[in-house]
Design a protein around this ligand. Structure first.
Ligand SMILES: [Fe+2]
Length: 218
């Protein structure tokens, strides 16, 4: 009796699972090991950041999208928009962030002669001046947020921009994004944001950044 009931439910459950899993967001794998960015970003930070924080944004986005799709109420849909923005932004930003980092024995910290270096020198005078302005602007964010090197289609220049909370960068094409939430650095750098920002350039994947710039300009 029980097995008949179970079998009769199976097609419905399968259909529900297929329909739901097709739209689910998932946590992307890191393109390197959790300890690969040491000593600049510790294994402990990377593990927690990826498996707990990013996973929470993925879960929150799936829950918000599911609730949005289910409710017929416009008022409830409007109420869900902040959860969509926060968790959706968190998922987008972190997915970009993992890719714009790389271990030192791979592409980390290496900026070769090419279109990105040329554009940085054109728009900021020098690469060092760019890093200095980027770090100053990002450290000045009040509370949590992101520092960006973005490409503006309007001015056709690289510009330094910041976004609060988990707001994704919409005004510019994101070239490099740096997470300045405390969860990104506090366990290693405590309250000294400047040390975290100075260290991170050793593991920035400039090759990925150049790829994004060429795509944006195209
Ligand atoms: Fe983060």
């Amino acid at each position: 009796m029980l097995s008949i009931a179970r079998n009769s439910l199976r097609p419905t459950i399968t259909r529900m699972f297929v329909a739901r899993s097709a739209s689910l967001h998932t946590l992307p794998e890191l393109p390197y090991a959790y300890n690969a960015l040491e000593p600049y970003i510790s294994e402990q930070i990377m593990k927690l950041h990826h498996t707990k924080h990013h996973q929470a944004y993925v879960n929150g986005l799936n829950a918000a999208e599911e609730a949005y799709a289910k409710t017929p109420s416009t008022k409830e849909k409007i109420a869900l928009q902040s959860a969509l923005k926060f968790n959706g932004g968190g998922h987008i930003n972190h997915s970009l962030f993992w890719k714009n980092l790389s271990p030192v024995n791979e592409d980390g910290g290496k900026l070769s002669q090419g279109p990105l270096k040329d554009a940085l020198e054109r728009d900021f005078g020098s690469v060092d001046e760019f890093k200095k302005r980027f770090n100053a602007g990002t450290a000045a964010i009040q509370g949590s947020g992101w520092g960006w090197l973005g490409y503006s289609l309007a001015t056709q220049k690289l510009e330094i921009v910041t976004t609060p909370n988990q707001d994704p960068l919409i005004s510019h094409a994101p070239i490099i994004g740096v997470d300045i939430w405390e969860h990104a650095f506090y366990l290693q750098y405590y309250n000294v944001k400047a040390d975290y920002l100075n260290a991170i350039w050793n593991v920035i994947n400039f090759k990925e950044a150049e790829h994004r710039l060429l795509e944006a300009v195209d």
